[in-house]
Design a binder for this molecule. Structure first.
Ligand SMILES: Nc1nc2c(ncn2[C@@H]2O[C@H](COP(=O)(O)OP(=O)(O)OP(=O)(O)O)[C@@H](O)[C@H]2O)c(=O)[nH]1
Ligand SMILES: [Mg+2]
Length: 232
């Protein structure tokens, strides 16, 4: 009995979250903003990835929401580079949710078409369960975490629209098995693009930025065609 009630409550929370996520998605779509939910374990290079992508964005202004349990270190870092960045602190919660994003977006002004990058809480489990209004779920994985991660943490890999495999500069020092990694990814997500990059050398990010710009370009065309409900 207790178990059944628990499930129902959880479903209610997810329904309410998805409802607000849809609202956020529609609101930002009409402003010509592509929303990217960036996920990955602590220290995989989420902030480093953003900085590297920004170097290659042309015609799209980057906006950032930083999610952290505590501190605003990443926000200060990005603000120092002149990036429009807003901080959310969850003080314990292991993921961002749609109401948090909805509330934060209300305080932001989107004066140019662009991309809103939301760096989720460093965690490979909880963020994958909650939509926050994104058009694109971007998962950061690394060669340092080991090649078995798709098998152990499948949901994030299954839901990803794009996977970044970071820290490839460290491959010579590790025993990362790329074939095993890719086999795990493909079993969950047949067509997801996987980009190999290094936040240290900057290699690979031009292609990531190009992929995002193409995706954002499609959003704009759709807007002009009056298809506001972009939920690919
Ligand atoms: N060698 C190497 N180090 C990297 C690479 N990318 C990031 N790092 C380092 O990894 C550490 C963590 O990078 P961050 O970008 O802060 O990672 P994060 O995922 O944003 O971390 P949290 O926000 O704390 O979860 C930093 O010391 C980076 O310099 C890479 O491609 N190669
Ligand atoms: Mg970070």
């Amino acid at each position: 009995m207790h178990d059944i009630r628990k499930v129902n409550v959880m479903e209610g929370i997810l329904d309410e979250n998805d409802h607000i996520a849809k609202h956020v998605n529609e609101h930002l779509s009409t402003h010509g903003i592509l929303v990217i939910n960036e996920m990955g374990a602590p220290g995989v290079g989420k902030t480093t990835t953003l900085k590297n992508i920004f170097k290659h964005l042309e015609g799209f202004k980057p906006y950032v929401i930083e999610g952290d349990i505590e501190s605003d270190l990443d926000t200060q870092d990005l603000k120092g580079m002149g990036i429009d960045t807003y901080q959310i602190n969850t003080y314990g919660a292991c993921h961002l949710d749609a109401p948090m994003i909805d509330h934060t977006v209300d305080h932001m002004s989107f004066d140019q078409r662009g991309m809103l990058f939301i760096e989720n809480i460093g965690n490979l489990v909880c963020p994958a369960e909650f939509s926050i209004g994104e058009h694109v779920m971007m998962l950061i994985s690394t060669v340092t975490e080991g090649s078995d991660k798709p098998y152990k943490y499948p949901l994030a890999f299954e839901k990803a629209d794009i996977i970044i495999l970071n820290k490839v500069d460290l491959v010579p020092y590790l025993d990362f098995d790329e074939e095993f990694f890719m086999k795990g990814v493909r079993a969950l997500n047949k067509d997801v693009p996987v980009f190999k990059v290094s936040g240290k050398t900057g290699e690979g990010f031009e292609a990531v930025a190009a992929w995002l710009m193409e995706r954002a370009g499609k959003l704009e065309i759709k807007e002009h065609g009056h298809h506001k409900h972009d939920h690919e």
